[in-house]
Design a protein around this ligand. Sequence first.
Ligand SMILES: [Zn+2]
Length: 586
Amino acid sequence: MIARHALACALPVALACALPVALAFAGAAAILPLPARADTLLDNVRGETIGADGTVQPFSAILFDDAGVIRAVYRSGDRLPRQDTRKTPGRNTYQYHIDGKGRVALPGMIDAHGHVMQTGFALLTLDLSDTTSFDDALAKIGAFARAHPDRAWILGSGWNQERWHLGRFPTAAELDAVVHDRPVWLNRADFHAGWANSAALATAGITAATVTPDGGAIDRLPDGRPAGVLVDHAADIVARAVPPPNARDLDLALATAMADFSRRGITAVADMGTSTGEWLAFRRAGDANRLYVRIMAYASSTEAMAAIGGTGPTPWLYADRLRMGGVKLFMDGALGSRGAWLKAPYADQPGNRGTPLLSETQLGNLMSRAAMDGYQVAVHAIGDKANATVLTTIADLTHTYTGDRRWRIEHAQVIDPADWPLVTEIAAKGGIITSMQPVHQTSDRTMAEARLGPDRLRGAYAWASLKRAGAVLAFGSDTPIERPDPWTGLAAALTRQDAGGAPDGGWQPQERVDRTTALAGYTSSAAYAGFAEARFGRIAPGQRADFILVDTDPMTATPDAIRKTKVFQTWVGGGKTWDVEHPDGG
Ligand SMILES: [Zn+2]
């Protein structure tokens, strides 16, 4: 759910110049994809894919051609073609062979909602997501600053005052105590707030006299001076003062992110909020044949959409590795920072109902602007009022913009059960995708209970109910807000329990989904959500040869085993992008 201000994470030039060092530092060695080879047979696998009819289908071998397209899929007992390594092989033969060694083969995992560049930058800057106390965080920030004397700004992300049990936002003064010589700007874990030190506030020109912008909040001291934390549009003021990433920074962040996706078994990702600069970096990687994770891009604004796509979505580029097909809009903020827009006040902050980031008229106009030119529209909506507003607006637009539209709601985190019929209505017209993140539910459970109180929980993270209402569930991680780990996500989708098994029996367990729905959410449905279902997401003739070899069968294994799935190999379009035996690409 990264807001605009997050786009500005910058790296100093010095870091980008030290490219190999930085890659090693990120623990993210990039492997260039092997070129796809003339007809290749993968056999000796226990394969499973979602079929065209939505059921799980087994396979034991795949034949793909040198364009990286699957030509045939075999079940056990089928007669396989024979190997023929001559230059011009005969019919019903293959030249190259991959022994699957009896491993589980699955379609490549698709993350239906991620932030590609921010994932790379999060790996290259200070990561506070594992800090469990405020003191621990302060020590880590100080140590990072001392270790990087060359960086003009200390940038980072991942903090969460809830996890520190702080009971309040941290302050600029506390940050000054560990770094005072340079600006420090740290995004909150939800990327809907940032924490600045005094140098950052001064550089951004934020003082007691600064007027709080609409759709934002400035945490203030009793005398009106900024305290250090800025929410949503107020955070943009600091973000704009951060030197923007240059092309080399972006290329490094992209390579770092792709390496991280590949080792987790991810072969495609929907990038939710692509700026024009990021798009150009994707294009540079594509031009150089280094784009080895497929990217379904959603422009960060209607302006970026028009700049990238002109009068409509771009074609699929680089053999289905890149397309900009839609726009990402924001209706509200996040629950954690109380920026989510609710029908009734927050249970833990009477009088506050959160903040819409757009008026209903603005939302309708922007959606209309995109839909008119055939772009898909994806709207971030967390609170029940935000979701109700988006659903009502979509229902209105379906009268004008008919046909297969697949209106996307990103997160769809709290939808009042009274509004579920609207989902059904839209599903029957242009179609509706609820793009949800199973791990948000397990990470945010206690926070959501505090913010929402007991009466609104039935509509929270209501995966099964939304599916029953007619929505297509596409699953993702919202990386870097959560790690882009589809295995944790699959386990959460099946159990609504965290890694420790809490809570017993699952949180609101009626909203768990079955294994087929969960696997589809990370494969075929995630492709469908990006209008890519004819190209990838399943193992079937005509689909791109995107597959992974793993040690765990998600259709039968315990959720705990699924969470610990080991990815042996990842293949994209018939080229290998990850091999656990050669993690550095050797
Ligand atoms: Zn997001």
